[in-house]
Design a protein around this ligand. Structure first.
Ligand code: ADP
Ligand code: ZN
Length: 369
């Protein structure tokens, strides 16, 4: 059974285990009631996940002797908002939340971020267990402790670091995931492989034709490797002061595409386009050999992820989003760029004209002569 330990050396009590096993969803209630005792449990989930897994999950917890409240929010990014969060605080207080209560995030990245922020802040923090049910949440957002909500000014602008006390991942939950949500998660898999692990990247290349929602055994392996890689980065740099920035590969352009496009693109699509564009930038800067750039684009295409910039980009909104990137400092926007498959260089300054050219944006100056 794959078990990955996330070690946080300075604060040993915050280390936690990620358990990955097909079918584990049905066992989590019993595992939890054993590990946690009979404390009060709040399961946060969304309308789709309640129907598929949430109701049964809550019944099993109750059967195991926990006092359970199942709290459902509407599915979708709009629930990662302060009104939804406020509603949840109210339901927790009415439900008698105490410092020793447990919050369980059962769902995709939206639920993980929202329930995680709820757990980080209610009564100055209660314990959190992540039970991610989308590929994106399984390979990326459920591990590492970043939690938060959106603000009208932008995505993920309000948040905290709140590590879970355990993460349980069931690759069988992917069987019900819509196809485009599955591919969305694959983009984060390609990201972590390209950034950190050349053999894993080659492995995904070989297996690309067999990667499907239904291939639970293969998915379990992929999730396990991706989580181990993410854990090794988070262990070394929990708060993103250095190494953790490599997890932003493809995300500078990806985020700018998402926000300038009014969030019509899904996150995975945006970062696939972002990774392909940033690889071309790295090639133009002489950092990345052209064959490696082709390999990255080829793998994204083999996984049926987009690699070309959308036909219409709001240039002003896009370029100002780039400038507002969280990695920006007084010296301008710095990119995480690939040096070769499996290794990147963080903090590379990129001239604005090269960004425009790569994205097919003709700057006004050159348009008029
Ligand atoms: P993400 O995980 O990509 O950040 P969401 O949390 O919004 O995004 O999840 C994406 C969509 O998939 C939501 O509509 C959610 O209700 C749905 N969903 C989550 N897990 C499953 C699952 N295992 N099967 C089917 N649908 C799911
Ligand atoms: Zn991402």
């Amino acid at each position: 059974m794959p078990r990955i330990r996330v070690r946080l050396d300075a604060l040993r009590d915050r280390s936690y285990t990620v358990e990955i096993r097909p079918g584990i969803l049905a066992e989590v209630p019993l595992l939890l009631s054993r590990a946690e005792g009979k404390r009060r449990v709040f399961v946060i989930t969304d309308s789709n996940v309640t129907r598929l897994y949430g109701s049964e999950f809550a019944s099993r917890l109750a059967a195991a002797g926990c006092e359970v409240a199942l709290l459902e929010v509407p599915a979708g990014e709009r629930s990662k908002s302060s009104p939804t969060l406020n509603g949840l605080y109210t339901r927790l207080f009415r439900g008698g939340v105490r410092r020793d209560s447990l919050v369980i995030a059962l769902g995709g990245g939206v639920i993980g971020d929202l329930a995680g922020y709820l757990a980080a802040t209610v009564l100055r923090g209660v314990r959190l267990v992540q039970v991610p049910t989308t590929l994106l949440a399984q390979v990326d957002s459920s591990v590492g402790g970043k939690v938060g909500i959106d603000h009208p000014a932008g995505k993920n602008l309000i948040g905290a670091f709140h590590q879970p006390s355990a993460v349980y991942i069931d690759p069988e939950a992917l069987l019900t995931l819509p196809e485009d949500e599955f591919r969305n998660g694959l983009a984060e898999v390609v990201k972590i492989a390209a950034a950190r692990d050349a053999p894993f990247f080659a492995n995904i290349e070989r297996n690309a034709p067999r990667i499907r929602r239904e291939n639970t055994a293969l998915n379990a392996k992929i999730v396990e490797t991706a989580v181990a890689l993410k854990a090794s980065v988070v262990e070394k740099d929990e708060r993103e002061t250095g190494l953790r920035r490599v997890l932003n590969l493809g995300h500078t352009i990806g985020h700018a595409l998402e926000s300038s496009g009014g969030f019509a693109l899904k996150h995975g699509q945006a970062i696939a386009i972002g990774m392909a564009a940033e690889a071309r930038i790295a090639r133009e800067l002489g950092l990345l050999p052209p064959p490696a750039c082709l390999r990255l684009t080829g793998l994204l295409e083999a996984l049926r992820l987009p690699v070309d910039p959308p036909g219409t980009i709001n240039e002003r909104a896009f370029m100002s989003a780039i400038a507002l990137d969280k990695k920006s400092d007084v010296t301008g926007t710095r990119f995480v760029l690939l040096r070769r498959i499996g290794e990147c260089a963080p903090g590379v300054p990129v001239p604005a004209d090269l960004i425009r050219k790569t994205m097919g944006l003709v700057s006004r100056k050159s348009k008029h002569g």
